[in-house]
Design a protein around this ligand. Structure first.
Ligand code: PMV
Length: 356
């Protein structure tokens, strides 16, 4: 049922009558905090079948990254004249706020509640440089906002909701190793866990070669994918690569994983580089690291690389090799810092928040 929050000083008054009213009234002004990890795609999502709904051109597989996290608090407050957003303590306006507000509109529509919210988000990792900050951000926002507006959603519904904010965010809702089923419509396009985080103790050593914001973000990038003559070739064998990747994860077969992960990343970047206009996310240091990783692997070190929409290189390896890989990467030219993450769990509400 539609519920109206009055916009006056006694804003906690709500003009509605429903059995759930007491619970919902309790939630008004009650800040709800959620935590989510970014994820690194092993099989990439690039291009949409439906841009507005973010229905992907192909399924994808990723691993959540514990150690890197976004913490988001949503406070619904009927006294607010509009939604507001702070990121790492700074108030944001314009496109970032509009994107969050459009997302909150989806949540308000589902809840049947009007009333603006303040969203406060903090990341412990650099944003806008291929470390999927939007994935963690919208996964955390899905949990916090849906709870703040009184919704109780299961994991698949939360994942679908997160997809509306950022496609890859749907993969940061479930835990561990996760597959986003492309689906054939809004109802069937969501992510589910293939294996829990402790199934395979993998690490991701992220060699940061640039921590600034990229010039073309992934939302704009997805719209260009279809202009590359290589996109159809990439899509034609996506199912095969998904199967190989799933099997490699389930069988903890690092060599098989390395082969399919590097191929899939290179295919996506080939599409990016051949779209109109072309997108070159790599920097010279990026290629240097890719070549070094290949050389290390041929010398017997279990490592492989994968790169999202940015110049930073994610170097995957078994956890016991992470210290060595981190040390080697830090010594490479152009590497500003190395962030090391491990297979991580699902997005969750902070304990103390209702519904956690
Ligand atoms: O979810 P988006 O719109 O930020 O797109 C993510 C695209 C890549 O990071 C390049 C690949 C992926 O599957 O995460």
């Amino acid at each position: 049922m539609q519920m109206m929050l009055t916009n006056n000083p006694s804003h906690k008054k709500i003009s509605f009558l429903s059995p759930a009213s007491v619970i919902i009234a309790f939630m008004i002004n009650n800040p709800i905090t959620a935590i989510a990890h970014p994820n690194i795609a092993f099989i990439k999502y690039w291009g949409n079948r439906n841009q507005a709904l973010r229905l992907p051109a192909n399924g994808s597989i990723s691993m959540n990254l514990a150690g890197l996290e976004t913490r988001t608090t949503v406070t619904v407050d009927a006294a607010l004249p509009a939604d507001s957003l702070t990121l790492n303590g700074q108030a944001l306006h314009g496109p970032p706020l509009e994107r969050v507000s459009a997302f909150l509109d989806v949540v308000r529509g589902m809840a049947g509640i009007d009333g603006y919210a303040h969203v406060s988000s903090e990341n412990n990792f650099p944003m806008g440089a291929g470390i999927a900050s939007s994935a963690a951000a919208f996964a955390a926002l899905s949990l916090a906002a849906s709870a703040a507006y009184g919704l109780s959603l299961d994991e698949a519904a939360l994942s679908r909701l997160a997809r509306h904010g950022s496609g890859s965010a749907c993969r940061s809702v479930p835990g561990g190793f996760v597959e986003w089923l492309a689906g054939d419509g809004d109802a069937t396009s969501y992510a589910a866990s293939i294996a829990p985080a402790d199934h395979w103790l993998l690490a991701d050593c992220v060699a940061v070669v640039a921590a600034g914001h990229k010039t073309v973000g992934s939302t704009a990038g997805h719209t260009l994918a279809g202009s590359s003559p290589l996109q159809n070739a990439r899509l034609a064998q996506a199912e095969e690569r998904l199967t190989l990747c799933r099997q490699a994860i389930l069988g903890r077969d690092f060599d098989a994983l390395a082969e399919v992960v590097e191929l899939d990343s290179n295919l996506m970047h080939a599409v990016m580089m051949t779209s109109t206009p072309p997108l070159f996310y790599w920097q010279p240091a990026t290629l240097g690291i890719m070549q070094a990783v290949e050389a290390w692997r041929s010398q017997g070190l279990p490592v492989c690389y994968t790169i999202d929409a940015g110049p930073n290189v994610h170097v995957l390896c078994p956890r016991e090799k992470a210290a060595e890989v981190q040390q080697r990467l830090a010594a490479m030219p152009g590497v500003q810092q190395v962030l090391t993450a491990h297979a991580g769990g699902r997005a969750h509400l902070l304990s103390g928040s209702p519904n956690h």
